[in-house]
Write a protein that binds this ligand. Structure first.
Ligand SMILES: Cc1cc2nc3c(=O)[nH]c(=O)nc-3n(C[C@H](O)[C@H](O)[C@H](O)COP(=O)(O)OP(=O)(O)OC[C@H]3O[C@@H](n4cnc5c(N)ncnc54)[C@H](O)[C@@H]3O)c2cc1C
Length: 361
């Protein structure tokens, strides 16, 4: 079985790992020229902890978890209004088995665990499938024929665009936009988070493992905006426009944003599709069922989806994609619902735990 996966994020390498375990020959193609860095912390919870354990990477992931000590909420002048050493907004309660980990650390771990062919700096330009296989043309001009093609290429999936059509049919905006980047740690944060929200804008500041830097999450609420996720300069302008009303250290955060070379910006959105599969092509993770960072479950959905898909393909029986969808749909629906629960504060830890464990693998 020859499988081509588009996207080396979280779902792509996890899928490749499990397909290799089931004896497949796997190629991954990633548009970025090197493994992508940036992003904040993501969470491995519930069934995704089982996937990491079965891959033999659980302890490795635990070893580089963010180990936050707590968080403060501050008012517009930076005065602390609330403090907790029991939980953080991003990672939940410290007394849970969940692992909060920087996205790039997790991508590095699952990629290193996976012995497959990695093609960086390329992308799929055309997909042409028949009853027996899929012909793929890459932007580089290379061609290949595969038994299956999987889009694990995130919220703005290229495979979804090519096979199912433009994204506006599937993306449901949640009315929030967020930028994420690295800045000098001028607040001296040490395994600590600082959160602030005023009017329609806010920020979250996180110390990094490297205490010289902090990861900044600067965002705002707005109706639908016409933006190009790849237009870094234009998106920095948007963030400045919408966030400069914030006070305290915001001017320094905005100055650091203009200097940041790892700037990431996107809308909080969910992907909803009637089917994730067409013929020999299917989708995994954010590409097919993004739950948005507001759910805290995007990474776990991608890991579990990848595991289930590989298991079903590994059975080498007809109907693998149908069984993948059947097993995943209730789990996806429950976890997508978390993003809409209790707006502004998030779902309760117990609700998140139940959703994260609501699939048998
Ligand atoms: C840079 C970045 C930062 C993020 N930061 C956060 C965060 O702070 N908090 C959070 O909760 N979630 C964040 N996310 C989303 C989070 O990683 C996902 O929700 C989750 O891990 C599911 O992973 P995935 O593998 O489905 O998609 P992703 O992790 O988004 O990976 C998709 C991969 O596909 C690649 N790709 C895109 N287009 C193409 C193409 N045409 N051809 C080939 N490859 C392509 C992308 O470069 C990326 O490497 C971030 C995503 C990215 C890309």
């Amino acid at each position: 079985m020859r499988v081509l996966i588009s996207g080396v994020g979280v779902g792509g390498p996890v899928l490749a790992y499990w397909l290799r375990e089931h004896g497949a020959e796997v190629t991954l193609v990633e548009r970025a020229s090197t493994p992508r860095t940036g992003g904040q912390a993501v969470d491995i919870r519930g069934a995704a902890l089982t996937v990491a354990d079965r891959m033999g990477v659980l302890e490795q992931a635990r070893a580089v978890r963010t180990t936050m000590r707590g968080m403060s909420m501050v008012d517009g002048d930076g005065n602390e209004t609330m403090r907790s050493t029991e939980e953080t907004v991003s990672g939940g309660r410290f007394d849970s088995p969940d692992i909060e980990i920087l996205r790039d650390d997790l991508t590095a771990i699952v990629t290193a665990a996976t012995d497959a062919e990695y093609l960086y700096g390329d992308s799929i330009a055309a997909i042409d499938q028949d009853e027996h296989g899929v012909d793929v043309t890459f932007e580089s001009g290379a061609r290949g024929r595969y038994d299956y093609v999987v889009g694990a290429d995130g919220l703005h999936s290229n495979v979804r665009d090519l096979v199912f059509g433009p994204e506006h049919q599937f993306l449901h905006h949640l009315g929030t936009y967020v930028s994420i980047y690295t800045a000098p740690n001028f607040l001296g944060l040490d395994h600590w988070q600082v959160w602030h929200h005023e009017g329609e804008a806010g920020f979250g500041l996180f110390s990094d493992r490297d205490t010289d830097v902090m990861r900044v999450n600067l965002g705002f609420e707005a109706g639908p905006i016409d933006y190009d996720p790849r237009d870094t300069e234009g998106n920095k302008r948007l963030v400045e426009e919408h966030c400069s009303s914030l006070r305290w250290e915001t001017p320094r955060l905005i100055e650091a944003m203009w200097k940041a070379d790892d700037f990431y910006f996107d809308a909080m959105a969910q992907v909803k599709m009637d089917s994730w599969s067409r013929g020999r092509v299917t989708l995994v993770g954010d590409a097919g069922y993004c739950a948005s960072p507001l759910s805290g479950q995007g990474t776990s959905l991608a890991m579990v989806g990848a595991y289930v898909l590989a298991e079903e393909l590994g059975r080498k029986l007809a109907g693998a994609f149908e069984r993948y969808e059947e097993r995943m749909r209730p789990f996806v629906a429950r976890n997508q619902a978390l993003a809409l629960e209790n707006p502004g504060q998030g779902a309760s830890p117990e609700t998140v735990r139940q959703a994260a464990e609501s699939i048998v693998i």
